[in-house]
Design a protein. Structure first.
Length: 682
């Protein structure tokens, strides 16, 4: 299988990449030691992804690898200098495997230069071609790739696209190789194209180049231009070549080398598309294993923190309880403790040292006096006496009364209680992090379900004004938009309720504003019913476990923010004037679906609508399972039902967290029914 692109391949792909002039760089990612992905914002086509693999590949991909969780330093450096930069030039240097992207930003001009030969490199240069940062430092006999050095091109060969007949003839005359090796090496076209030249002109490729005649050299010259003129003109015929079903090569023009029936050909509209299809069958999940290890390591670290916090909370609980018990023990043994403290203070007042007091206590232990036997030890430096009362050890300050010593223990109990509460709050935060890490590990598990032999679709999404609201399209294609809270309810009515629109609402408290956007269209009964069902399903009727609810709709001009005299309308509230049109006992039902068409969308709405537009569907009804639990279940079901080429899209667009964000309020349960649509309306 072909690993690196040849010089003619680079020439062909650069010809197509010139269409990127005017595009702006968004972010850069590093997926492997040698692979950089640059996300671009283009005019008309939205986001595109450029793969630069320094082992010898550059092309646009529709199947971008998953973004690494922890970006290395090189792509972060590129983001700093190139984010927002506009591409002003795309070129190949002297038919070599060197591609330059000239970038312009307000703060200057830069060149992103890729060397795609072995050993390859990628570097960012300033406008004077001084190296700002290379992917890796290198030192050669005649040049150095290092930060701060001026970039020097490697020694150039003869460019077959610009040479004339005299130059080729002189090249042959001074060569010490045979013909095929001379043009393969000196013209840098590689063995495949060198063999193609002699296959077409029928000249003995093994003859010494220096012995060639002018006529033969001219014939070879014409043949070279016959092969490469389509690349100069942009008249490409990209193909993937297979043999016995196995990928063999990808080429920008038709070659006689692959003309026999032993080869299978798959043609593409562009060379970029052919390269993408060819290389996307391998290494689709580059970086996945390392990312999975990072996720597992993070999960283990959070588990250790959880254990430490749980142990700390247990310790604080024990200390709190012990201090409280000691305070209570002081009052339970008040008389004895008061006698001991008074006796020690009296002895000190009479001039006895702490050592003398200890000797007196030891000499009286045989008398088995309760107050004496209770004393365990004295500490003159701390002015304390330690007592043992029925196995409970109390350290008391002799300068304090029994009440004051008890109060000190109660205060310490309060300190541990406060620490316990703080640790409990921290534990809850760590548990949330743990849940997210678990989800990441589940996502990594879902990633492992992706067959790396199957090219994966890419997520295609656009910015729409209604994305920050709840929304869906009716079976008839009309847009329905709903608020998420009082603030978005307010915005919907003030900014987006227009002439001809229908306003839907329920009388039940905690309901969203729902607007059916008509745009001079006449809604069908099905459109109206679906908007009504959306309104009841995303209200607190769902949260409170109802199976059905009432909903009404009015015209746009029946909705007002002007209250009656003397009244006040809070944010998200409105006055409805005039007759209301009711939908009684509207059933609560919702489907979560994934639409894969011009856009890739995760939608929630009435089942009849979602089935119209979406390829993969899970239907839910009010139930007792929480948001996170039901979202994880739905995400898992989507991955199970997804086609092989859709799995990466499904994994990215329908993660548990994204599903949870669009679910109705309150608990849910999954309605068991087939979830994959055999046909899709687009």
């Amino acid at each position: 299988m072909k690993v690196a692109m040849s010089n003619p391949d680079i020439a062909a792909v650069v010809l197509e990449l010139k269409a990127l002039i005017g595009a702006r760089i968004d972010k850069s990612y590093q997926h492997a030691r040698d692979t950089i992905r640059i996300k671009l914002r283009t005019q008309g086509e939205g986001y595109r992804d450029l793969i630069i693999a320094t082992e010898g590949r550059i092309y646009l991909t529709d199947y971008p690898p998953e973004s690494p969780m922890l970006p290395p330093s090189f792509p972060m450096f590129l983001r700093k200098y190139t984010k927002g930069a506009r591409i002003t030039r795309v070129s190949q240097h002297n038919f070599d495997r060197i591609v330059e992207l000239e970038l312009e930003r307000r703060d200057g001009r830069f060149i992103l230069l890729a060397e795609l030969f072995d050993p390859g490199n990628l570097m960012l240069l300033d406008s004077d071609y001084r190296i700002l940062l290379p992917l890796r430092q290198m030192r050669f006999r005649d040049r150095t790739i290092k930060r701060g050095e001026l970039y020097t091109y490697p020694t150039a060969g003869t460019n077959p696209l610009t040479m004339n007949k005299e130059e080729l003839f002189e090249l042959f005359k001074r060569s010490k190789r045979d013909l095929v090796r001379t043009i393969a090496v000196e013209l840098k076209i590689g063995s495949l194209y060198a063999e193609e030249v002699f296959l077409r002109c029928e000249v003995d490729k093994s003859m010494d180049a220096s012995s060639i005649s002018w006529e033969t050299s001219s014939l070879i010259f014409d043949t070279i231009h016959e092969i490469f003129d389509p690349i100069k003109r942009g008249d490409l015929k990209p193909q993937i070549i297979k043999k016995n079903g196995e990928l063999l090569d990808v080429v920008p023009v038709e070659l006689r080398t692959y003309s026999s029936d032993t080869f299978e050909k798959e043609e593409f509209e562009s060379f970029n598309a052919a390269l993408d299809a060819y290389y996307s069958t391998r290494g689709l999940t580059e970086g996945f294993e390392s990312e999975k290890r990072v996720v597992s390591k993070k999960l283990s670290r959070i588990e250790r923190i959880l254990k430490q916090q749980e142990d700390a909370i247990t310790k604080f609980e024990q200390e709190e309880s012990l201090c409280k018990r000691k305070g209570e023990a002081i009052y339970a043994n008040y008389q004895i403790i008061d006698e001991i403290l008074s006796a020690i203070r009296s002895a000190i007042d009479k001039g006895y040292s702490w050592q003398e007091i200890e000797r007196i206590i030891e000499s009286n232990r045989g008398a088995k006096i309760e107050s004496v036997t209770a004393i365990k030890s004295l500490d003159g430096s701390k002015k304390t006496v330690t007592l043992d009362l029925d196995g409970l050890e109390l350290e008391l300050d002799i300068r304090l009364t029994p009440e004051q010593n008890a109060a000190a223990y109660y205060d310490r109990s309060k300190v541990f209680r406060s620490k316990r509460r703080g640790a409990t709050e921290a534990l809850e935060m760590t548990r949330l992090r743990f849940e997210k890490a678990q989800q990441a590990e589940e996502d990594a598990g879902a990633e492992s379900m992706i067959d790396t032999r199957i090219p994966q679709r890419r997520v295609r999404q656009k910015e729409h004004w209604y994305n920050r609201f709840r929304w869906f399209r009716t079976s008839g294609g009309l847009l329905v938009v709903g608020g998420r809270d009082a603030g978005t309810n307010e915005d919907l009515v003030r900014k987006y309720l227009e002439k001809g629109d229908r306003f839907f609402h329920t009388a039940y408290p905690g309901a969203p504003v729902v607007i059916l956007k008509l745009n001079e269209n006449e809604p069908s009964e099905q459109d109206l019913f679906e908007a009504a069902q959306f309104a009841v399903s995303f209200s607190n009727l769902w949260k409170d476990g109802f199976a059905a609810g009432d909903c009404y709709w009015v015209e746009h001009d029946q909705v007002s923010k002007t209250p009656e005299h003397g009244e006040y309308l809070p944010t998200g509230s409105f006055v409805i004037r005039g007759e209301r049109n009711y939908y009684k006992n509207t059933p609560l039902s919702c489907s979560i679906g994934i639409e894969i068409a011009d856009e890739t969308l995760l939608l929630a709405g009435p089942t009849s609508s979602i089935k119209t537009w979406c390829k993969y569907i899970v239907t839910i009804t009010p139930g007792k399972r929480g948001h996170n639990e039901i979202a994880r279940d739905i995400a898992s079901r989507f991955m199970d039902m997804a086609d092989l080429e859709d799995k990466r899209v499904v994994k990215e667009i329908a993660s548990a967290s994204k599903i949870a964000h669009i679910l109705p309020p309150g608990g849910s349960q999954i309605l068991e029914e087939p979830g994959r649509q055999s046909r899709q309306k687009v």
